[in-house]
Structure formats: structure tokens, C-alpha cells
Write a new protein. Structure first.
Length: 374
């Protein structure tokens, strides 16, 4: 007998972006937003600068690293880095999910760089990191949001390197330890691990990245919205709250609320523990059910934010499960990414409560048996 669970998750949102709001979230947290004010006013710049400073504090960034708020989410941030920085050296690209493949495509076909090596792996696997030449610039994702695969650690990157390391870390920042001294450019968005609102990206630059921006002028036109330097000098105002275009002060206030929540639960170490605990809940479920498994078979490279699962069912039956769970309002947006192999993807970042995830997995077991007996 397949008994229907009695309890439902309090928060059934498991989307991998935008992600679940933090526990206890309320719109009342946004009351200090300077709405109707210019983002260039003293009040507007102060709130934007506070987001930058709190980000640096929470992530324990090196004191000489810069953080800026940029348009167009993580995509805007990574594209700004690619268009401004690449071309001085040969480029190596690691790609093991759909977004890494997008960056590789843009480097080859949009920037039209000639000296590019692309090292790819299928979904669920990681390329051979030893192939990278660190006299080249390196572009890679830290965590493959669509593949459930992460870089296990950063020691494959030497401290003494010739090229820059440009890392799309949007589903890793605030959930995984990042070796900042080995990373020259890091990009992420508010909408991932802290469950912020969409459309704004964050760009982190090391002194080596700043040096490149001030010594190298790319041989291509750069739209105003992309420009990070002018006449050989970094536009430092971008990293002090003067954004390139008009930001949403409401979204910025939402991000500040999420940063405040992160501090309240114990900062970065606690965020990492919460996400790892969520992965363990999924691992326990997989261990107990032979019909489901991780897309990433190697635990060392298995993501604990974007957790991707394969299910022993035909794709149409899998869609029935997804629809059934949504109909019961117990798990929304858990289908695998459209370009990834058919499966399930549960966001397990820090804003997800383990108790909600465990309840959703009970419902998954029920839905599986409901669908397979039809």
C-alpha cells in the first residue's frame, strides 16, 4: 500500500533560480528601501555600498578585492568579465554544464578569440583539471547548476600563475568554500544561495584583474553597460555603489535582508553546513531507494546546492511525477534543466530547510509509486 504523506513542506519551493526566500522572510524587511529616490542620491548610494561591504564581510574577502553590483544577473557579470579581460593571452575553458558551454561558445564565436582550448565533460562528470595551462587565462564554473557537479577544491589552481582565473560561481558563493587567493574574477547573482531577487549580478575582482583592466585594452567595441575601465583606469565608482545602470533599490533592500539573515544564523560556516545537511538528506533518500540515483556518481564532485537526480522512468512518466507533486503543492520547479538529461533537480542551498526537503522526498516516493502503478 502506498500511503499518501500526511504533512506537507511549509515552503515547497525548490527552484534552482530564483531560489527559495530565507526562512521567516517578510516584505516588512524591505521598509528601509529608499523608494522613489535616485540611486545616485546619498541615501541610495549608502544602501548600495552597504550591500557591497556586507558581501565582503560575510564572504571574508581579501581586503584588496573589489566588489561591484552590475546589471543582468550572473550572466551580465560573467559577460562583462569576458569582454573586458580576454584576448591578451590564450584561453582555456572548462565546461561541464550548459552555462559553461554558453561561455565557451561566446568566447569562440562572439569574441572570436583564436587561441582557445575547450575542455568539456558530459553531464555528471568533471573535465580533467590537469589539462589547464595556467599561463593561459582560465574560464570555468565552480558549480554546474544544471549538472549537479562542482569543482571539489581549488588547489588545482596555482598561487603563482601567469593568467587570470575567471570563475562563474553563482550557485557556489555563500554555500561553498572558495579559495579567493586563487580566483581573480568571481561572478554570482542575488537570486541563488541567499534567495534574493533577480536581475542584479555581483562582480568580484582581484588586484591582478584590476591590473589587467588598466593595462590591456581589448580590440573590440564595448557597449557602455559593459565598460569597466576608461582611458586605462578602472571605473572605481562601480565598486563603491555607483552602478552602471539604474538598480532596483527594492531588490537591493531584499539582498540586504538576506545578508542580515545569513549573519543571524552564523554567517558563512552556517550557510555551508545548512546546504551540506540538505545534500545528506537527499543522499539518505537515494541510499534507501534503488530507482533513483545522483547524476554525479562521484561524491567528491557532487554539488550540495543544485542536486541533480536520475530516475528509472521514461521521460513522460517522470513528467507525470513532476506534475503530480506540483498539483499537490509539495514541490515546485524540480524538473531538470531543459538541456540536461531528463531527471529531477532539487535546490538544496542554505535557504531551504532540511525538514521541508525531507517531506518533499516522502511525497516523491509516494508520487513514484502512484505513477508506476498506472
Amino acid at each position: 500500500m502506498n500511503k499518501k504523506p500526511d504533512a506537507k513542506p511549509r515552503n515547497p519551493y525548490f527552484s534552482s533560480g530564483p531560489c527559495a526566500k530565507f526562512p521567516g522572510y517578510s516584505l516588512m524587511a524591505l521598509q528601509e528601501a529608499p523608494l522613489g529616490r535616485s540611486h545616485r542620491s546619498a541615501a541610495g548610494k549608502a544602501r548600495l555600498k552597504k550591500s557591497i561591504e556586507k558581501t565582503k564581510e560575510l564572504l571574508a574577502l581579501p581586503h584588496d578585492y573589489l566588489v561591484g553590483i552590475v546589471p543582468a544577473s550572473d550572466t551580465g557579470a560573467i559577460e562583462m568579465a569576458l569582454w573586458n579581460l580576454l584576448g591578451e593571452r590564450a584561453v582555456d575553458v572548462l565546461c561541464f554544464d550548459s552555462f559553461g558551454r554558453e561561455w565557451a561558445y561566446d568566447i569562440v564565436h562572439q569574441l572570436k578569440l583564436e587561441e582557445v582550448r575547450v575542455f568539456s565533460a558530459e553531464y555528471g562528470f568533471l573535465p580533467d583539471l590537469s589539462q589547464v595551462d595556467f599561463d593561459h587565462d582560465l574560464v570555468f564554473t565552480w558549480n554546474g547548476t544544471t549538472s549537479g557537479v562542482k569543482v571539489p577544491r581549488g588547489d588545482f589552481i596555482p598561487l603563482n600563475r601567469g593568467g587570470l582565473t575567471i570563475c562563474d560561481a553563482t550557485s557556489a558563493v555563500f554555500a561553498m568554500e572558495l579559495p579567493w587567493e586563487r580566483l581573480d574574477v568571481v561572478t554570482f547573482s542575488w537570486q541563488k544561495v541567499l534567495g534574493g531577487e533577480a536581475a542584479h549580478g555581483m562582480l568580484v575582482l582581484s588586484p591582478r584583474a584590476v591590473e589587467r583592466l588598466e593595462s590591456y585594452t581589448p580590440p573590440r567595441p564595448l557597449p557602455k553597460i559593459f565598460r569597466l575601465a576608461k582611458e586605462g583606469k578602472l571605473l572605481r565608482g562601480l565598486f563603491e555603489g555607483s552602478t552602471i545602470n539604474t538598480p532596483s533599490m527594492l531588490c537591493n533592500e531584499d539582498y540586504l535582508a538576506a545578508l542580515g539573515w545569513a549573519e543571524s544564523v552564523g554567517g558563512l560556516p552556517a550557510l555551508i553546513r545548512r546546504s551540506e545537511s540538505n545534500l545528506q538528506a537527499v543522499a539518505n533518500f537515494v541510499d534507501d531507494h534503488e530507482w533513483v540515483r545522483f547524476l554525479a556518481s562521484d561524491p567528491a564532485i557532487r554539488s550540495h546546492t543544485s542536486v541533480c537526480l536520475s530516475v528509472d522512468l521514461a521521460p513522460e512518466k517522470l513528467q507525470e511525477i513532476i506534475a503530480l507533486l506540483e498539483e499537490e503543492q509539495v514541490a515546485f520547479d524540480i524538473a531538470s534543466y531543459r538541456e540536461a538529461p531528463p531527471g529531477l533537480r532539487f535546490w538544496c542551498g542554505a535557504t531551504v530547510e532540511r525538514s521541508d526537503l525531507e517531506l518533499a522526498l516522502q511525497w516523491l516516493q509516494w508520487a513514484y509509486h502512484e505513477v508506476t502503478k498506472r
